[in-house]
Design a binder for this molecule. Structure first.
Ligand code: BGC
Length: 438
């Protein structure tokens, strides 16, 4: 690992379709049987509401605590069930196990395709009455409503919208080295040369599969453009994965990996954010939860760090929408679950939570002046008619869990095994997506 030179150390303080219908029905039957058993459980009448989620970093904890406070002030108690692990891979596994064992929590961070799949299995409580009373259809972004809807019904309480195509850079490093803002791949290449000459690692990288997949989809959008990306993310879009631009994106992915001088690292995303904060690394490609984290550590957007869209994605929003689903099983908890959903959507809760989380409110009726520059650009891109809004594959907005995981494994291998060509990796991605589309 490179060390920072003293001067810099100082300044740097600062539906893809589910495969096979029969297995899905069998799974649904066993889950529903387990859920009915859980209704006989005497604990079913206990308060408060158990909430299973994966928010465990400093900013995630702060954001969750703000929800806890807003809820408590209106008489709803949150019993925390946090499962660590960035991107929620571990949390979803634990949650599925608990549901199958008849020990479903009352509330869970179930998002995107996972939400609609679980809605199909009858595992989540529709919230149409709450949404109607709270005028969600008038107040929330259409893309948010579409993400939480299944068969015309609202299936979860939306919390915030994250922007995945975000590049964060250390403002102090940029100032000290007089670098041009990283708007193009060429800018990034030029800045990387200068940073290397001053012993700053250009890009903080982690080889965790979900983090690689997160970077990869931003590059897919950049190199492929919104029309190709929309096809790649669509249920039957597997032929698009054969497009030559996918191989170009894979090459770019490797190029980015090589902007980090550490030989191997599967560090949590917060460790990469630390490297960015300290100035040991100049840039980080990560969903804007990393911005929330920097702010939780006292850093200020525009002063200590800046953010720009990934090159060639300005005006586009590669989104991941966080939602809490109310799980079925404990009918006696239904009034509290509905009350919780109602409070989560209130403007004050939305602003308090999102300002800590790094995401932006799901509502169109907030004052964007209350957001910092990065968040304002994200919110305004969502609000602008005609913006390209693209669902995150890596964060479950487009792909089912099994496909998401399989793709992450291929990308991980591609990054680790240099003998594997972009064309070989592409062929494997095509096979996964085609298999799931049958
Ligand atoms: C979630 C964020 C979370 C991030 C890192 C994403 O999938 O949407 O809320 O902060 O993972 O764990």
């Amino acid at each position: 690992m490179r060390t920072t030179e003293p001067g810099l150390q100082n300044i740097a303080k600062r539906r893809l379709s589910t495969a096979g219908r029969r297995p899905a029905r069998a799974l649904a039957a066993s889950i529903l049987a387990a859920v009915s058993l859980s209704c006989l459980n005497p604990r079913a009448h206990a308060q408060p509401l158990n909430v299973l989620h994966w928010w465990t970093s400093d900013s995630e904890r702060q954001a969750a605590d703000r929800l806890v406070q807003q809820l408590a002030s209106q008489g709803v108690d949150w019993h925390d069930d946090a499962i660590p692990g960035g991107g929620g891979g571990a949390a979803i596994k634990v949650l599925t196990g608990r549901v199958l064992a008849g020990e479903a929590p009352d509330v869970a961070q179930v998002i995107g395709r996972t939400l609609t799949d679980w809605a199909d299995l009858g595992l989540v409580r529709p919230l149409d009455d709450v949404a109607q009373r709270g005028h969600w259809r008038q107040a929330m972004f259409p893309v948010v409503l579409q993400t939480v809807s299944r068969g015309g019904r609202i299936m979860a309480a939306p919390l915030g919208v994250h922007r995945i195509n975000t590049l964060l850079y250390n403002h102090h490093v940029w100032e000290q080295l007089r670098l041009a803002p990283p708007h193009t791949w060429h800018d990034i290449e030029a800045a990387a040369k200068v940073m290397r000459a001053h012993q700053v690692t250009p890009l903080a990288w982690s080889d965790e599969p979900w983090q690689i997949a997160t970077v990869f989809e931003t590059v897919l959008l950049s190199e492929g453009g919104p029309a190709l990306y929309a096809q790649l993310a669509s249920t039957q879009g597997w032929p698009a994965w054969q497009d030559a631009r996918v191989a170009v994106a894979l090459k770019r992915l490797r190029w980015l990996r090589d902007l980090d001088d550490e030989a191997t690292s599967e560090q949590p995303w917060m460790a990469s954010a630390r490297r960015l904060q300290s100035g040991a690394a100049g840039m980080l490609i990560m969903g804007d939860w990393a911005r929330g984290e920097l702010e939780a550590w006292g850093e200020q957007a525009g002063l200590d760090f800046d953010c720009v869209p990934i090159p060639q994605t300005a005006g586009m929003h590669l989104y991941s929408i966080d939602t809490l689903a109310m799980l079925v099983g404990h009918d006696t908890h239904r009034p509290e679950q509905e009350r919780m959903a109602e409070i989560l959507a209130q403007p004050a809760t939305q602003m308090a939570y999102n300002q800590a989380k790094g995401s932006v409110p799901v509502r169109m009726d907030i004052d964007p002046a209350q957001l910092d520059a990065c968040a304002r650009d994200s919110w305004q891109t969502l609000a602008r008619p005609g913006s390209a809004l693209l669902p995150s594959i890596a964060h479950r907005m487009a792909a089912v869990e099994s496909v998401r995981e399989a793709m992450g494994e291929v990308l991980h291998r591609f990054i680790k095994e240099r003998a594997m060509t972009p064309q070989q990796a592409q062929a494997q991605l095509v096979a996964i997506v085609r298999g799931a589309a049958r």
